[in-house]
Design a protein around this ligand. Sequence first.
Ligand SMILES: *[C@@H]1O[C@H](CO)[C@@H](O)[C@H](O)[C@H]1NC(C)=O
Ligand SMILES: *[C@@H]1O[C@H](CO)[C@@H](O)[C@H](O)[C@H]1NC(C)=O
Ligand SMILES: *[C@@H]1O[C@H](CO)[C@@H](O)[C@H](O)[C@H]1NC(C)=O
Ligand SMILES: CC(=O)N[C@H]1CO[C@H](CO)[C@@H](O)[C@@H]1O
Length: 221
Amino acid sequence: MAILIPPVLVNELAKEIQPNMDDSSNTQDLPAEFEECNISLPEERYLFDFTKSDDVENWQEQSDTVRNVGMSKALLALHQNTQYRRAIFFALLNPQLNGAGFAGIRAIKTYNLTGYTKLQIKCRGQGQYNGFKVVLRHKGLNDEPNYSYEQYFQAPKDEFAIRTLPFSEFKAYYRGKRNNNSEPLDISQITSIGLQMYGGVYQPIKQKGPATLEIDWIRAV
Ligand SMILES: *[C@@H]1O[C@H](CO)[C@@H](O)[C@H](O)[C@H]1NC(C)=O
Ligand SMILES: *[C@@H]1O[C@H](CO)[C@@H](O)[C@H](O)[C@H]1NC(C)=O
Ligand SMILES: *[C@@H]1O[C@H](CO)[C@@H](O)[C@H](O)[C@H]1NC(C)=O
Ligand SMILES: CC(=O)N[C@H]1CO[C@H](CO)[C@@H](O)[C@@H]1O
């Protein structure tokens, strides 16, 4: 995919090629060839590729047991044989009667995803339900009372498939409740990425019990 990229990106790329270039330089100072040729961003950027080298060590549990009514459990495990490698997100959801509860995992890691528009996850869901969500946080505001930016998706049930989540569709939530007055997600400063199985306290569909999500990779495109 050859795409035209903003001058500021061209500037960054040019700096990589000419490492001595002054940081304060602007596009006008660039040699003409950088403005005229079409430089492509990498088509995709893998945040986690469990089929290759990525491990699960960076991922920590973040489930409803952080509160004293919580009784759910989640973990991410590496799964491999001689032919393949992937990660499995295991969860047991024990929500309260109204559906409050969640089982999740997250990695605290910083990404600047400027230039990308979507998150993709190659996965398969098995178990009692297949509704999941991706939970992003930005600017180092990785914990409550700051908002999380969430998007729901249904995992494919039989074959592995790619689910595509546009960054523009990540909306701010606080404890499962939508908040419309918050600033939009800043994809140039993603500082935490998580996966969650939700009870669905404010959702039409409630979920409970055990389920798994097998994951090959998570990437930005
Ligand atoms: C993110 O990357 C873009 C493009 O390279 C750059 O202009 C911007 O300053 C970066 N933002 C941060 C917060 O690093
Ligand atoms: C850059 O790409 C555009 C659109 O694909 C094309 O029309 C143009 O000729 C290309 N320019 C160069 C210098 O390759
Ligand atoms: C937030 O906005 C969405 C979409 O416009 C709307 O469906 C929802 O009711 C709003 N929620 C609140 C709490 O205002
Ligand atoms: C933007 C925002 O809500 N920031 C808050 C994040 O959380 C800390 C406390 O941990 C608050 O001090 C910030 O105001």
